[in-house]
Design a protein around this ligand. Structure first.
Ligand SMILES: C[S@@+](CC[C@H](N)C(=O)[O-])C[C@H]1O[C@@H](n2cnc3c(N)ncnc32)[C@H](O)[C@@H]1O
Length: 449
């Protein structure tokens, strides 16, 4: 039995399934899974997260199965979510049985078939408003077990069920990446690695790797300041978090500071800063004068907390809550040598870490977000001093938020030229190993002197 399953088995599965159903219901009603998990009781959170992530990665399939098996959907959304949770776990239980001897991925929650059915029915039976649907749940799960092969053969004809992404999302990727779209969709269902960026002002890659080794944690170096952990861990279980020796930051995001390569004394603007991953990296890189903005006051507080923890809140560093596109509200007219525009985006490049995103976004969001990005980056360009640079970045794999945005920017601004930068980074598995990189886009523009 995988480690994740043995840990989960110490907690009542019916409670965990019910809690996961609340999470799935929240996402289907338009809320983020992170918010719903934050409201989950602490003792259930880890197990509920494992199951909820799993259901998000199977949601297209189980919704199609439920649509086929349940003729009249009960008018109680929590019950429908519980059914989806149970179907996802049941299908996985059957898969694990069929693959006996070949373990499933360690993050996938695996239970025995009869346990899933019993515990799902118990979860419904113990809930005042779901009790009446107990028989429907039991009957549906048992029918799925009896007819699984035929049911799957039929529903897997539907792209959403086959790829577990909305149909519009699949079409976007087919159009943008005719060669890679299938691998991209598959990669979205693999969990991303946990990557640390070492705060070179407080530790070093070698010292941190030693500290990890002493704590029994395996890691691999990445570039000059990164370490990829063998297995993800809660931050409190990793040495040096409170001491500010490191931050969690994906390998793609770790490239921003090096692309800007700020020098001591430079005036730098980080225009969409929260929670401050790249702000901190820029301050670790050089003693710059840095202004950080974010439109969300709550998120901006996290920038301050992170900079305090890392020992980077020093004179010359200022934080402002402001709309970056509204220059009158925050800009004093003095130009910046470098501007980082890490713009808000659909986050289509990080679905492996946030498997709910694909179900929360709507097709119209892509154009809407691209419009907001254009407004922000056009305003920010005015703040760049002649001879300075602007780094545009987004954690998206939709070209409207990446290459297309960069091409159109160049057309609008005659005094802009493009400098070398990675462009679109795709989170594609390499030789069967999950990608170290989240989906990301970088374009670097120089302003003529
Ligand atoms: C991709 S996140 C930034 C991540 C951050 N750079 C990091 O590395 O930790 C985008 C941020 O932009 C902020 N934002 C959205 N619209 C904004 C605007 N008009 N002006 C400034 N910040 C904005 C959001 O609140 C969010 O924190």
């Amino acid at each position: 039995m995988p480690e994740s399953s043995s840990k989960l088995s110490r907690i009542s599965l019916s409670d965990t399934m019910l809690s996961s159903a609340h999470n799935v219901d929240a996402v289907l009603s338009g809320s983020s899974l992170s918010d719903s998990l934050a409201a989950t009781p602490g003792e259930l959170r880890a197990a509920s997260q494992a199951i909820s992530f799993h259901v998000m990665r199977r949601l297209g399939l189980v919704r199609a199965v439920s649509g086929m098996l349940v003729e009249r959907t009960p008018p109680y959304p929590l019950f429908n979510a519980l059914l989806l949770v149970a179907l996802a776990l049941l299908d996985t239980a059957c898969q694990a049985l069929a693959q006996a001897g070949e373990p499933l991925r360690r993050d996938i929650p695996v239970y025995a078939v009869h346990t899933v059915v019993d515990q799902a029915v118990e979860a419904a039976a113990g809930h005042r408003k779901m009790r009446t649907y107990k028989g429907l749940l039991n009957g549906t799960l048992r029918r799925f077990l009896r007819e699984r092969e035929a049911i799957l053969a039929q529903v897997l004809q539907q792209p959403e069920a086959r790829w577990n992404h909305p149909a519009w999302w699949i079409k976007q990727l087919q159009h943008a990446y005719p060669q890679e779209w299938e691998r991209l969709l598959e990669a979205a269902d693999q969990p991303g690695p946990m990557t640390l960026r070492i705060n070179l002002r407080r530790s070093s890659q070698a010292a941190m790797q030693e500290a990890l080794e002493a704590a029994g944690l395996e890691s691999q170096p990445l570039g000059e300041a990164g370490l990829v952990l063998g297995h993800p861990r809660p931050v409190q279980q990793i040495p040096g978090f409170a001491q500010g020796w490191w931050s969690v930051q994906d390998a793609s995001a770790q490239q921003a500071a090096g692309l800007i390569d700020p020098k001591p004394g430079m005036r730098v603007l980080d225009a969409c800063a929260a929670p401050g991953g790249k702000t901190a990296h820029l301050l670790e890189w050089a003693d710059v004068q840095l202004q950080a903005l974010d439109a969300d006051a709550g998120r901006l507080e996290r920038v301050e907390q992170n900079l305090q923890r890392l020992g980077l809140m020093r004179p010359g560093v200022t934080l402002h809550c402001a709309d970056a596109a509204d220059l009158d509200s925050w800009w004093d007219g003095r130009g910046f040598d470098a501007v980082l525009a890490d713009v808000p985006c659909t986050a289509s490049g990080i679905v492996r870490r946030h498997p709910d995103i694909r179900w929360l976004r709507r097709e119209a969001d892509v154009a809407k977000t691209a419009g907001l990005q254009r407004k922000i980056v056009d305003a920010l360009w005015k703040t760049v001093s002649p001879g300075g640079c602007l780094l545009y970045s987004s954690c998206s794999i939709f070209p409207q938020e990446g290459e297309r945005q960069a091409e159109q920017f160049l057309k609008r601004h005659a005094e802009a030229s493009r400098l070398p930068a990675p462009g679109q980074i795709l989170p594609l598995a390499d030789a069967g190993r999950i990608s170290l990189y989240d989906g990301f886009f970088y374009a670097l523009f120089a302003k003529s002197p």
